[in-house]
Design a protein around this ligand. Structure first.
Ligand SMILES: [Zn+2]
Length: 355
């Protein structure tokens, strides 16, 4: 690297971003790779931190959905070389705990400190980290599409935990990126899917991506629609994919949509200070409804969930293109976040940043 400075968007105390010049990351270990970030994405987790005062994140580089090009590799790197186009997984544990030992690093107690210091810095020109987190892209998969693979991997993990089967009746709450990824994976798995949201443009997209039924919960009675869809039984599996401030409403709703002995998979993220949510615990117990929390992703059997998602996009079974509604240059990151947050007016689903 002839120039050791790079452009990066740093979090301000107020919770928006400021463009700055910072030190370019270095290859610190023989198995590390340095990559030039090409496209980064904004996801629901990022939005939950938008314009929130978090002193511990001030001046930090955020972003965890990214694709780019390898520029330099350490002497022990064998899987990629300079010039390779890659998607970069940012889930990185400490590689020493019992969860990392069995490749369930999404449960590593040190996941956040480790990833924040290394690969989870997408809103900048360069990132560096271990080779095993760099996956080579086929030529026909664009950087933009690859940026959605983190989202799809989150959905893949939820599908794994759900034990979904052929002909299952599935309800999905939320038709954002996660919900639309969940929808596509449930369809590939052989289920019938009803999806619920408040934004008509998102529901239109869901229909195009194969939803059997779409319900606008503002104008229609969602509970009634779910019962009609499932022959009054309730769904075999409900995926909660709305998350955030909606959770105190959508999680209890998810329980009411489940059949006796059905499953509620919690995919959407909670607000940091969310502690109490009232639910019909008696029904949950008496009907043996299973609550299944799903956290990020890691492996499914011997395969990284990121690689499975990449294969499905590459062979055309999973559509990333349709989800990308906006693209901004990194310099306009604050505008990009506003657009992503005001999705009811802007129709935003996945907002990409060209870095
Ligand atoms: Zn660990």
């Amino acid at each position: 690297m002839e120039d050791d400075k790079m452009k990066a968007a740093l979090k301000t105390l107020e919770g928006d971003f400021e463009l700055s010049q910072v030190k370019t990351p270095e290859i610190k270990h023989p198995d590390w790779v340095l990559a030039r970030v090409k496209v980064a994405g904004i996801c629901g987790t990022d939005l939950r931190h938008w314009k929130i005062k978090e002193p511990e994140l001030e001046c930090k580089i955020m972003g965890h959905e990214l694709a780019g090009e390898v520029v330099e590799v350490g002497p022990a790197v064998t899987n990629v070389k300079p010039g390779d186009r890659v998607v970069i997984e940012t889930l990185l544990g400490d590689d020493t705990c019992e969860w990392c030992n069995i490749q369930r690093y999404n449960l590593c107690p040190n996941l956040y400190p480790v990833r924040m210091k290394t690969l989870s810095q997408a809103f900048a020109q360069y990132v560096a980290g271990p080779q095993k987190k760099f996956y080579k892209l086929p030529d026909h998969v664009s950087f933009e599409e690859a940026t959605l693979l983190d989202t799809f991997s989150v959905c893949m993990h939820a599908i794994q935990l759900s034990g979904i089967k052929l002909n299952d009746k599935v309800v999905i709450i939320g038709a954002g990126c996660i919900g639309l990824g969940q929808l596509q994976l449930a369809k590939i798995s052989g289920a019938d899917v009803l999806i619920i949201d408040k934004v008509d443009s998102a529901l239109k997209l869901a229909k195009e991506l194969g939803a059997n039924e779409v319900v606008n919960s503002e104008s229609e009675n969602a509970h009634e629609k779910v019962m009609q869809f499932t022959g009054n039984r309730g769904a075999d599996i409900v995926f909660e994919c709305a998350g955030g401030s909606a959770m105190p409403i959508t999680l209890p709703q998810a329980v009411t949509y489940s059949r006796v002995n059905g499953k509620v998979v919690i995919v959407g993220g909670f607000e940091k200070d969310q502690k109490l949510i009232e639910m019909d615990w008696s029904r949950i117990q008496m009907s043996e409804i299973k609550l299944i929390p799903s956290a990020s992703y890691s492996f499914w059997d011997i395969y990284p969930e990121m690689q499975i998602s990449l294969d499905l996009v590459a062979n055309g079974k999973l559509n990333a293109k349709k989800l990308i509604t906006h693209n901004f240059p990194l310099d306009k990151i604050n505008e990009a976040f506003e657009t992503a947050r005001n999705k009811e007016e802007t129709g935003a689903v996945f907002v990409a940043l060209t870095v």
